[in-house]
Design a protein around this ligand. Structure first.
Ligand SMILES: Cc1cc2nc3c(=O)[nH]c(=O)nc-3n(C[C@H](O)[C@H](O)[C@H](O)COP(=O)(O)OP(=O)(O)OC[C@H]3O[C@@H](n4cnc5c(N)ncnc54)[C@H](O)[C@@H]3O)c2cc1C
Length: 397
């Protein structure tokens, strides 16, 4: 099986890799997907919160949805709660393992060949093909293809080997599944002592099971361990021994996401929202663009870097501004003290600003840059509005 020649080899069976596999296999190309683990969705570390739009776009069945949500509670450092609710469902909480398996099944149904326990260790690009070295069940093998897509998550070794550069900044996300009662909606905690520079969250997956997660620049596992025993939310906790998983999340884009016969998608390319660390939707958009560009390039049998460079132009045009503005907002937030965060909460709470933002056309679950600008406008105008209200307008009027 391993000696076969493919049109495309995809390294990584996460949502980005399997979606690209599905698109390309559906277009009639022979596709192999290499996955280092023993199956799809094994030991994933992700909360699985995605927008309704993102879910619909993947085209998988509703059986992977654990919860639907139209509201969330945001807690300030002092414990002040800002509850936001919209009329329609904003997000789904999907079971990441089942979600990934559902996308992979779609790709397999179109003929994509999944090879498990197959870790790509090296890629050599030649004039007529690309050769991928694999460690398969402990032995070294090689596969060749006309093109390779790297969808291996945030693991820079292969892209660096291909001289595509490296994403310099990253954060770490840690998560644990906990048995707890009384958490009915998503809760987000902003507190520099709990999650320095970032935030922590609770996401209910069933009546007595929640995912507790946290992002941090470093020591995420340690911070989460502390958060799990903190009195801020401990009220309904049932089990005390939990397994904490963690994973790095890229902040910023890979300098080059294309080369001769190669494209890079998903976390591997930095297609992640820096504001939340969510990468399923942007990785999906990247996979979609990559599959379209590669499909055309395979048809014309021109797989040169020059031909494939339009992939980077297209995905950066769609997501580049979002990612750079998100990185900037994230950087600003890391500099804030708990007192400043508290003040922002009061500003957002006062006069229904947060609700106005939620209902404004700037609000989108996936696209945050317009919301960041709108929030900035409100924040900068706040002292002016406050002074305006304090002036004795009634006098003499
Ligand atoms: C705690 C936490 C919570 C998160 N919550 C959310 C959320 O709620 N919503 C959201 O949108 N995003 C979330 N994310 C981010 C999300 O998990 C990633 O953005 C997403 O998984 C990226 O998908 P991908 O397909 O690019 O890569 P991955 O899902 O990382 O898949 C890469 C695959 O490649 C395989 N692989 C790696 N190297 C090799 C190799 N050399 N050979 C063969 N196979 C290889 C890996 O085993 C893996 O299966 C969260 C992340 C963390 C850490």
């Amino acid at each position: 099986m391993l000696s076969q020649f493919y049109d495309v080899i995809i390294v990584g069976a996460g949502p980005a890799g399997s979606y690209a596999a599905w698109e390309l296999a559906a277009s009639g190309y022979s596709v192999a997907v290499l996955e280092q683990k023993e199956g799809v969705g094994v030991d994933v570390c992700c909360t699985g919160i995605i927008s309704a739009e993102c879910f619909d776009s993947f085209g998988v069945g509703p059986e992977v949805i654990l919860n639907r949500t139209n509201s969330a509670k945001f807690f300030s450092p002092s414990g002040r709660c800002l509850r936001l609710q919209s009329e329609r469902i904003q997000a789904y909480l999907v079971d990441r393992a089942s979600f990934d398996q559902a996308i992979a099944r779609k790709a397999q149904a179109k003929g994509a060949n999944y090879l498990f326990l197959s870790r790509a260790t090296d890629i050599a690009v030649g004039k007529h093909d690309a050769r991928v070295e694999i460690l398969h069940c402990g032995s070294k093998e090689a596969l060749t293809a006309r093109a390779v897509i790297l969808a291996n998550g945030f693991r820079p070794r292969l892209s660096q080997k291909l001289s595509l550069g490296r994403i310099k900044h990253f954060i770490v996300g840690a998560q644990a599944e906990v048995e707890a009662k009384g958490v009915n909606e998503i809760e987000v905690y902003f507190n520099q002592r709990i999650a320095p520079g970032f935030f922590a969250w609770l996401a209910p997956v069933s009546t007595n099971k929640i995912l507790v997660g946290l992002l941090a620049a470093s020591h995420a596992r340690l911070h989460l361990g502390r958060f799990l025993i903190s009195p801020s939310w401990r009220r309904g906790i049932i089990n005390r021994e939990v397994k904490i998983k963690q994973k790095a999340i890229p902040l910023g884009v890979l300098p080059r996401s294309y080369g001769d016969r190669v494209l890079v998608i998903g976390d591997a390319a930095g297609q992640v929202k820096p504001t939340t660390g969510g990468g399923i939707y942007f990785g999906h958009l990247g996979a979609k663009i990559a599959a379209e560009v590669l499909s055309e390039a395979l048809k014309s049998d021109d797989l040169s870097a020059a031909r494939l460079s339009c992939y980077q132009r297209q995905w950066r045009a769609k997501m580049g501004k979002e990612i750079s503005r998100g990185c900037w907002a994230r950087h600003v937030y890391t500099k804030l003290s708990d007192r400043q965060v508290e003040r922002i909460f009061s500003m957002l709470d006062s006069g229904g600003v947060a609700r106005a933002l939620l209902n404004s056309p700037d609000f989108s679950f996936d696209w945050h840059s317009e919301l960041i600008l709108a929030a900035l406008r409100y924040t900068l105008a706040y002292p002016l509005r406050k002074a305006w209200h304090l002036l004795p307008w009634e006098v003499g009027s």
